[in-house]
Design a protein around this ligand. Sequence first.
Ligand SMILES: NC(=O)c1ccc[n+]([C@@H]2O[C@H](COP(=O)([O-])OP(=O)(O)OC[C@H]3O[C@@H](n4cnc5c(N)ncnc54)[C@H](OP(=O)(O)O)[C@@H]3O)[C@@H](O)[C@H]2O)c1
Length: 313
Amino acid sequence: MSVRALLAAEKGSPATLVERDEPTGEVLTGLWSSLNYKDALALAGRPGVLRSLPMVPGIDVVGRDAAGRTVIVTGGGLGERQDGGLAERVAVDPSTAVPVPDVFTPQQAAAIGTAGVTAALSVLAFERAGLPDGPVLVTGAGGGVGGFAVALLAAGGREVHAATGRAGTIGDHLRALGATEVVERLPADPGRPLQSARWAGVVDSVGGGALVNAIAQTLPGGVVAACGLAGSADLPGTVLPFILRGVTLAGIFSVDLDPAKRRAAWALLAERIDGAVVDRLTDRVVPLEQAPGMAQDVLAGRIRGRVVVRLGR
Ligand SMILES: NC(=O)c1ccc[n+]([C@@H]2O[C@H](COP(=O)([O-])OP(=O)(O)OC[C@H]3O[C@@H](n4cnc5c(N)ncnc54)[C@H](OP(=O)(O)O)[C@@H]3O)[C@@H](O)[C@H]2O)c1
C-alpha cells in the first residue's frame, strides 16, 4: 500500500507531497504533526536538520500504534536521522512513544509537541536547581517554546515577563497565557557583562547577544535555560555572571531523552496546562499538503504559537 508523505529530496528545494511505500517496523498511523522551527527549515530545503536525503521532515507525530493506543513521539531522531512525522504512516522507536495524556486531545498533544516538551524541560531544570525569588523572563515569547514556557511558569505561580518583538499585536495573547508583563526583545548586541539583576530564571529561545544580556541581568543563584537560536547561535559574553553571581547556564536538549525524562515532561504539561491554553497557542491547523507553504510563515516569525498538521485525508 502507498502512503502520502512530504519528502525533502534535494538540498535547496522545498519538500513536496509524494506517494511512497508504507514504512516497515513499528509503524504509527499518523493523525497529527506540527511545524517546529526545525521542520520549517527542513521543509524549505535549508541545510542543518536532515542528516541525509531524501527524507521525510517532521520531528513530532501523534498516531495510533498497532495495539490501538494513541501516542506521541517528539524528537528521538524523527525528521532528522530517520523519516519523520509529516506522513500518513510513520515508523518510530517505541521507546520514544508516550501515551497522549487524558487531559489532551490527540490534536492538542501535537500542538504541544517538541515546543511544549522543551518548555517543560526548562521548568524541570529550574525545579532541580531551585530558583531564587523573583520574576522569570521568557524570550521569543510569541513562539511555540516561549508560549508554553509562559503558560507553564505562570501556572506554577511565577511572575512571568514575556519578551517579544510583537508586543503591540500579541501582548494581550501573552497576558492571557499568564504573563504579568510584556516587554520588548532584549538588544541583540551584548551590553555590560553585569547589568542590573532582575531575573530569577530565564527561558531563552533566541541566543546570541539577547541571551548574553539576559544572563547579565540574572539574579545571584538564578538559572538560565538555553533552548534555542531563533536570533543567533553565538554566545558573545563573559564568565562574570557565572563566577560573580553564581548564575547557572542550563542547556536544554529535547531530542534524545530517556523515557523517564519524557514522562516527567508530559506529566508537568498535563498538570499545569489545560486544553483551552493549548487551543490559544494553536495558531493554525493545516492539511499535510499545505505544510510546505506554511514553513515560510514559521521562518519569518509570523506564527503566534503553533502550526498543527492534519495527517489523515
Ligand atoms: N533545545 C531544544 O531541544 C529545542 C527544542 C525546540 C526548539 N528549539 C529551538 O528553540 C527556538 C524556538 O523554537 P520555536 O519552535 O519556539 O520557534 P518559533 O515558534 O518559530 O518561535 C521563535 C520566536 O523567536 C522570536 N524570534 C525570531 N527571530 C528572532 C530574532 N532574530 N531575534 C529575536 N527573537 C526572534 C520570535 O518571537 P517574538 O516574535 O515573540 O519576538 C519567534 O516567534 C528555535 O531556535 C528552535 O530551533 C530547541
